[in-house]
Design a binder for this molecule. Structure first.
Ligand code: SAH
Ligand code: SF4
Ligand code: F3S
Length: 473
């Protein structure tokens, strides 16, 4: 899904990772659906919830879009380019629809929430529009659409967490799985559309999370990533057990399932990650030593306009604290170039904070104004595109150097690696990750190993994106 792409200038590192779900050749299904997902991991996780809801109704998934009776596209609104990609795909689906009578197309996710019935009315591109909190109503909406009605439900909820639904794992490697622990976001970062498309923050019942994780482990999964827009504000009151559970508590519960189950999480907001979380990470070997800690900008003035609620110094102190408690912890970031009013001085502060934080990896974007956001209403999108792109390139150049430096430091070290599968380029080699989330590729040799096994690998060389190594007995 999200892979290491630091060698390209990409505004859309998280986009266009389309996938088709599992194929099932039996004819027991009354209809076949095809689903394609864009955007963040939470959207991919939601598609697995959607697949479960449709499965229950007797709909089977297909990888072949031409074979589908229902096509769903789970969409992202985070940047303008993300929406353009989806629109392009929808016009392709429209052509397919014209060839196949009765085929229905549905828009799910954040774009559905943002544009609502506009899709049905103005553009006639689609038959069904469903926002992220309304997936339980999908079967009824399909029925309405089949009857020729406009089928739309974009109601946001304060409670929905799909806690009781066991997601159908789509295109999984059978080793790593994503588990949603919360939905929505209560932060109001001024550039961000997520609070509008995903609604208020709510935490999922801890017991249902643990249950899902245990079930995954029993099915052979070895790594779980707990997902939320802001995982550190997870907070659940378990009325039955008279217990309140914060993120550190949840992390510990998942870690205790088995020492053989790795635990990761994403995303941490720098303002909310606590010492308690850091100490919990340090305490358990199976909680991966890796934190995605998006800085967005290195300038306190810009951070204020972004409404990130921390300063440059505060962020740097957080990085220090992480390194103090876990000297071997990997840190990555998200960075936005060319936010409203950004001066060269602010941009330099971003480059400097990257160097200070020594990120192993970053997702880097140029600012894309989103309708309805605080920034769109309050500030002018006043940085010319060529300036945004030049600054982004400078950010990418710094990151490329930092990634290479970080990888070079690992040469000679030995890491415990979880094998995820064959390396893309060579089936005589395995690909896996270390605790710090770095990809390591190494020859299989004549060891009796399989996907999902742990193995000690000594790093012998590296590129900017990958560590290369050999198995140590
Ligand atoms: N909840 C996560 C981020 C979700 S969006 C967090 O708070 O870290 C992923 C990333 O997209 C953000 O971190 C930000 O860097 C980027 N992003 C969000 N809105 C954007 C916009 N309008 N233009 C450019 N990048 C944006
Ligand atoms: Fe968007 Fe900020 Fe919420 Fe992340 S924390 S989803 S960037 S509003
Ligand atoms: Fe995109 Fe929605 Fe995720 S806007 S980044 S799919 S929450």
């Amino acid at each position: 899904m999200l892979d290491y792409v630091t060698d390209k200038v990409q505004d859309e590192t998280r986009q266009g990772e389309a996938f088709a779900p599992f194929a099932n050749d039996s004819n027991e299904y009354r209809k076949r659906f095809y689903i394609e997902s864009y955007g963040c991991q939470m959207n991919f996780a939601d598609s697995e919830v959607v697949a479960a809801i449709l499965n229950k109704e007797g709909f089977g998934a297909t990888r072949n879009v031409e074979e589908a009776d229902l096509i769903f596209i789970n969409t992202c609104s985070i940047r303008e380019k993300a929406e353009q990609t989806v629109r392009k795909r929808l016009t392709e689906f429209k052509k397919l629809k014209e060839q196949k009578k009765g085929m229905l197309v549905g828009v799910l996710g954040c774009m559905a929430e943002r544009l609502k019935s506009q899709f049905l009315e103005e553009e006639k591109l689609v038959d069904i529009v469903v926002g992220p909190d309304a997936y339980r109503t999908l079967p009824a909406l399909v029925e309405e659409a089949e009857g020729g009605q406009k089928a739309v439900n974009v109601l946001l909820s304060r409670e929905e967490t799909y806690a009781d639904i066991s997601p159908v794992r789509l295109d999984s490697n059978g080793v790593s799985a994503f588990v949603s622990i919360m939905r929505g976001c209560n932060n109001m970062c001024s550039f961000c559309v997520v609070p509008f498309t995903r609604g208020r923050e709510r935490s999922r019942d801890a017991e249902s999370i643990i249950h899902e994780c245990k079930d995954l482990f029993e099915k052979g999964y070895k790594e779980i990533t707990l997902l939320g827009q802001n995982v550190d504000s997870y907070y659940f009151v378990d009325e039955k057990r008279k217990e309140t559970i914060n993120f550190a508590g949840l992390l510990e519960k998942v870690a205790l399932i088995s020492p053989l189950l790795r635990v990761r999480f994403s995303t941490s907001h720098p303002k909310d990650i606590t010492d308690e979380v850091l100490h919990t990470m340090a305490k358990y070997e199976n909680i991966c030593k890796y934190i995605h800690l998006p800085v967005q900008s290195g300038s306190t003035r810009i951070l204020q306009l972004m409404n990130r609620t921390y300063t440059r110094e505060w962020y740097m102190a957080k990085v220090d604290r992480i390194r103090e408690i876990m000297p071997d912890c990997g840190i990555s970031s998200d960075i936005i170039a060319g936010f409203c009013t950004e001066e060269e001085e602010d941009h330099s502060a971003t480059l400097a904070i990257m160097n200070y934080s020594r990120y192993d990896f970053s997702y880097m974007f140029f600012y894309s104004e989103r309708p309805g956001t605080l920034a769109q209403r309050r500030y002018k999108d006043d940085i010319p595109e060529n300036v945004k792109k030049r600054r982004l390139q400078e950010i990418v150049d710094v990151q490329n150097r930092l990634s290479l430096e970080s990888n070079k430091k690992d040469v000679g070290k030995t890491f415990k690696v979880l094998i995820e599968g064959d390396s893309k380029k060579n089936e005589m080699e395995w690909k896996g990750r270390n605790s710090q989330n770095k990809v390591i590729v190494f020859p299989k040799g004549d060891h009796e190993l399989k996907k999902g096994d742990y193995v000690n690998v000594k790093v012998t060389a590296c590129t900017q994106a990958t560590l290369l190594g050999t198995i140590i007995n």
